[in-house]
Structure formats: structure tokens, C-alpha cells
Design a protein around this ligand. Structure first.
Ligand SMILES: *Cc1c(COP(=O)(O)O)cnc(C)c1O
Length: 372
């Protein structure tokens, strides 16, 4: 079965092998050397001033970012499950909370964020997804961050990049916290969250908040290549191996280019079958199709063509399906997915199979458009 869900993503064989080595004690020079490598490679990937790794799923890093960088009122953009979660975290910690809400296909705008900021001067942090995985939407985070900082440089910008870091280039100039997680673009098992921080964020963190998720404690320890509590040693080994693999396959710029081409090729191949792409501004992390037969298509993909894609949640349950583009994905596997969707549509009596999707996928992926 090909796993094509936008998280978890498949773990490459060589990463599984690296993580299968005998358990290391975390308070040893051997592990500290591995931790130092993971830190260095993550700083290169995220391009932030500081980085911390936390043994938790991605939500742990979201919570730590909110509790440390918002001391008064959080503005969160809710255009999906993950954006909604930032607001729920603020409520759970009794923080003030202003929400901009959109349908899951609609990105936030610079103007509405500035408007909310002016209407609520107590806002001291903004939380937004770069890629909102609920609908496969790309928010214009960099433009929002630049506009916010021009007007209110004290406002902290928290960017959830769990389906963006390692997928596409992100301009972190005006971002204070950039969140990543192990089980999406980093192709690792779940259980490690990563927080890239600006110097301004580190300053606001100060003496820290809370206990386990106390970022001040972690920053202090991790600068010494150790962790406050037992490190997720296996996953840290996995971080080093996957980032080495990405380098062996041409580096992050090449990965971003292949991912963008695969996303565009998939989207156009499916649109050529008469399918409709759900978000107004699709993120390169996944292709989301809204269709009355979404459930039947997913079932056919799984039962007849060996492909597992994700469905939708809440009001989009049964209304969409989502195809992953994150990670090191072989083009022949991605081509098979669009081909399988075309076969499924034939099986449902929607459109006779003629190989259009596979042909168009390869034409676009391999840049043959002009040759035609
Ligand atoms: C997966 C995901 C998360 C984190 O979810 P966890 O289950 O806590 O790892 C957060 N934000 C986005 C955009 C995601 O896709």
C-alpha cells in the first residue's frame, strides 16, 4: 500500500535502519555529538536564530510557542482544524483571544490582520498556519508578518510550519516562532516537535513559563547539546539521517523544486480529469480535491489500486480527499496516484479511462510543456 496521506508520511528505509541501532544513553558524549549535528542541520533547514527539539507531537510546540510568546491576547487565524487549535490553546491558558475565521478554502489577508490588530491593541502575538492541512491551504504568512512588524514590531509572529518546513522555502525574516514536527515533511515517526525561534522570541521567553514545556530551560540545555528531560534519542538520530539523505539527494533547494513540480503536476493532472481543487491558494504540501464522490474515490484507491490518501474532517468529512506531496517521493509513485484516480473515476462511470492524468503528470513534472 502506498501511503499518500499528508502526515504521517512514509519513513525511508535508511532512516528506519539508522533508528534501529541499539539504544544510546542520552547523557553521554556519543549522544551529545548526535544532538549537536541535529541542531546544526535543523538551524540550516529552518534558517532561524535558535532551535529547540521537544519530545511531543506538533501540538506541544504550538502550545509552548503560545504560552511563551503571548502574554496578553492572541490573534489566531482559523481556516481549518489546526488554526482553530491555536485559539483553543489560548483559551486553555486563560489568555485573551481574538479569532479571524474563514471557510477552509480561503486564505487570510494582510488587511484583515492589520484591521484586527488596530481594533484590539492588547494583541501581542499572532498565530497562523503556513500550510493549513485541513484544506491544503497556503496562507500569505510572510506578507502578513512583514506588514505586522512594520506597524507593531513588538507583536510576536507564530507560524505553524508543520506542513511547510522541508516542503517549500519560507522567508523567516519577520517570523518569531517556526514550528515543525517529525511525522510530516521530515518523514520520521511521530513524537518530536521542533521550534525555530528569532532572537526577539528568545528575549520574550525570558525565564520561561510552565514546567515540561518551559522553553527557557530547554534553550539553556540545548545550547549545551543536551535536553532538560530524557531526549527522544531515536527520533533525534532520525533527524540527522533524514537531513543527511536530503543533502545526498541534492539539498533542500532541489527538494523544494521537485516538491513544487510534483504538486503542480498532480493538481493539473487531476484538473484535466474534470476534478476541482478545493483551496483558493493551494499549498505545495498536498493536493486537496473536493468532490461528491470523494469517499467512493478514496475507497477505490485503497481497495483496487493500493493507494492510501486522506479524507476530510468535520464539515468536510466525505467531501474532500487529500494527496500528500511532502517528503522524498519517487515520481513514478506520484504518477501512479493520479493514474489510479483516473482509473477510479472510470470505475465509478464518471469518465472513460484514456491515460490523460499520467501523461499530463509526466509532461509537467519533467518540464516538457513547451516541447508540445
Ligand atoms: C499535523 C499538524 C499539526 C500537529 O499535529 P500533531 O498531531 O500534534 O502532530 C499542527 N499543524 C498542522 C498544520 C499539521 O498539519
Amino acid at each position: 500500500m502506498l501511503l499518500f496521506t499528508p502526515g504521517p508520511t512514509p519513513v525511508p528505509e535508511s532512516v528506519r535502519q539508522a533508528m534501529a541501532t541499539p539504544t544510546l544513553h542520552h547523557r553521554t558524549p556519543e549522544f551529545e555529538a548526535i544532538f549537536a549535528q541535529a541542531r546544526k542541520r535543523l538551524l540550516d533547514l529552518m534558517q532561524t536564530d535558535e532551535v529547540v527539539m521537544i519530545a511531543s507531537s506538533g501540538t506541544g510546540a504550538m502550545e509552548a510557542a503560545v504560552t511563551h510568546l503571548c502574554h496578553d491576547t492572541l490573534l489566531n487565524i482559523n481556516a481549518g482544524k489546526f488554526g482553530e487549535r491555536f485559539g483553543l490553546i489560548a483559551e486553555a491558558h486563560d489568555l485573551g483571544h481574538v479569532e479571524i475565521r474563514h471557510e477552509w478554502d480561503t486564505p487570510a489577508t494582510v488587511e484583515e490582520v492589520l484591521h484586527a490588530l488596530r481594533a484590539h491593541p492588547a494583541i501581542d502575538a499572532i498565530a497562523i498556519q503556513i500550510s493549513e492541512s485541513a484544506g491544503g491551504l497556503r496562507h500569505p504568512v510572510e506578507a502578513i508578518a512583514a506588514a505586522v512588524k512594520a506597524e507593531r514590531p513588538d507583536v510576536m509572529l507564530i507560524a505553524d510550519g508543520i506542513t511547510a518546513v522541508g516542503v517549500e522555502p519560507i522567508d523567516v525574516t519577520h517570523i518569531d516562532a517556526l514550528i515543525s514536527g517529525s511525522q510530516k515533511a521530515l518523514m520520521l515517526p511521530p513524537g518530536l516537535s521542533i521550534l525555530g525561534l528569532s532572537d526577539a522570541a528568545v528575549e520574550k521567553i525570558g525565564a520561561g513559563k510552565g514546567y515540561y514545556f518551559n522553553l527557557a530551560t530547554e534553550i539553556k540545555k540545548q545550547r549545551q547539546n543536551t535536553t532538560a528531560y530524557t531526549a527522544a534519542t531515536t527520533l533525534v538520530i532520525g533527524v540527522v539521517r533524514i537531513l543527511e539523505m536530503i543533502e545526498e539527494e541534492g539539498g533542500v533547494a532541489a527538494l523544494y523544486d521537485r516538491t513544487a513540480r510534483r504538486a503542480r503536476a498532480t493538481r493539473q493532472a487531476l484538473e484535466s480529469l474534470g476534478l476541482h481543487c478545493y483551496p483558493h491558494t493551494p499549498a505545495p504540501s498536498m493536493t486537496t480535491i473536493d468532490d461528491p464522490d470523494a469517499t467512493a474515490i478514496r475507497t477505490a484507491l485503497k481497495e483496487h489500486y493500493g493507494v492510501n490518501v486522506a479524507g476530510g474532517q468535520d464539515h468536510l468529512k466525505g467531501a474532500i480527499f487529500r494527496i500528500n506531496h511532502m517528503g522524498l517521493i519517487a515520481p513514478h509513485e506520484a504518477a501512479w496516484v493520479v493514474n489510479a484516480v483516473e482509473l477510479a473515476l472510470d470505475g465509478l462511470g464518471r469518465r472513460p479511462y484514456d491515460g490523460t492524468a499520467n501523461r499530463l503528470f509526466n509532461t509537467i513534472y519533467y518540464g516538457l510543456e513547451r516541447a508540445q
